[in-house]
Design a protein around this ligand. Sequence first.
Ligand SMILES: Cc1ncc(COP(=O)(O)O)c(C=O)c1O
Length: 381
Amino acid sequence: MKNFLPEQYKKNNLLKINHNYLREQFSDYQVIFKELEKVIIDGDFTLGEEVDKLEDEFSELHHTSNSIAVGSGTDAIMLSLKACGIEKGDEVITTPFTFFATIGAIVTAGGKPVFVDVDEDMNINPEKIEEKITKETKAIVPVHWTGRPCDMTKIDEIAERNGLSVVCDACHAINAKYKEKTAGELGDLACFSFHPLKNLNIWGDGGIITTNDENLANKIRLLRNHGLVDRNKCELFGYNSRLDTIQAVVARHMMNKIDHITQSRISNSNYLDKELRNVDEITIPKRDCSIKEVFHLYMITCEKRDLLQKYLISRDIDAKIHYPIPMHLQPAAKSLGYKLGDFPRTENFAKTIISLPVHEFIGKEELDKIIREVKTFYKKN
Ligand SMILES: Cc1ncc(COP(=O)(O)O)c(C=O)c1O
């Protein structure tokens, strides 16, 4: 098959407790069709009023003065780095325990990814950042992995002391909070994804950037739209990374549900935490009450991981691994010169993590089945 991606949206019909819930989530698609009618009749297909309204609503949710909707979460990171002035060869510090897109965006922006191992919370370890800073370092890209914000107090201090930009990969972290700040207020810029498998999802690719820095916001507005200030004047040569107006309609529809989506994920995760905490073979990440985690993924570590995953799948439960090979060991990272053993914590997580479904269509019955099956597995093994 030339295009493998559609596979990931297919529900495994053999499983009863799936990670994928798109059919249920968009069961009210007729309402969205109605909302799309106006856009289609008006021929309003790129940027436009619906994108403006979405940006305003997103800013309101995240208490920021600017939101700029773009073509994807990956583009959000790449454009943010470009707006911060990243140029060929500049070093960008980030985590090897992330999705490929974080690194792809750094490389596409011209940067050289420099990895720092994660801490127990699965996020970049701030204590290890400073030893990696050189005179080529220009930015830090902390990733709020699974929807759990990084230790931003320490990261901001380091960035300030060393004159670095902070571009947060908040693709998992819509509606999350760190102390009194929303995920949108963290760093110089925060980058979100609207990919169909994210907490706020649309009918294709899309992303959004938040910032309280007017200069950066203006630069990104230019960069996402060929650098155009009006139809005939180009201020700087840029990109085409506009959120489609049609997708803005879908995103606005989902914005009405985001609090419910977030709350369901949190309460499902709390329930699993409570019930799985007493299973000796399972380790639940430390929860910090000054942080609002939004559980894009419910990820724990466990013994006999591969066997547990196989067993859960055989019991109709879609247990997934995000991801078994860390970024520094990917074939694409070969030229960066890392090797096995460079980031022990990340490498250990890659061998022991497992993600269990906690989305808003999972109820108590499904959660109880997950808990029961995990316990049964460890009784037998
Ligand atoms: C941590 C992380 N960063 C960035 C991205 C990129 O987002 P998108 O797929 O919208 O480009 C993703 C998602 O897939 C992700 O999981």
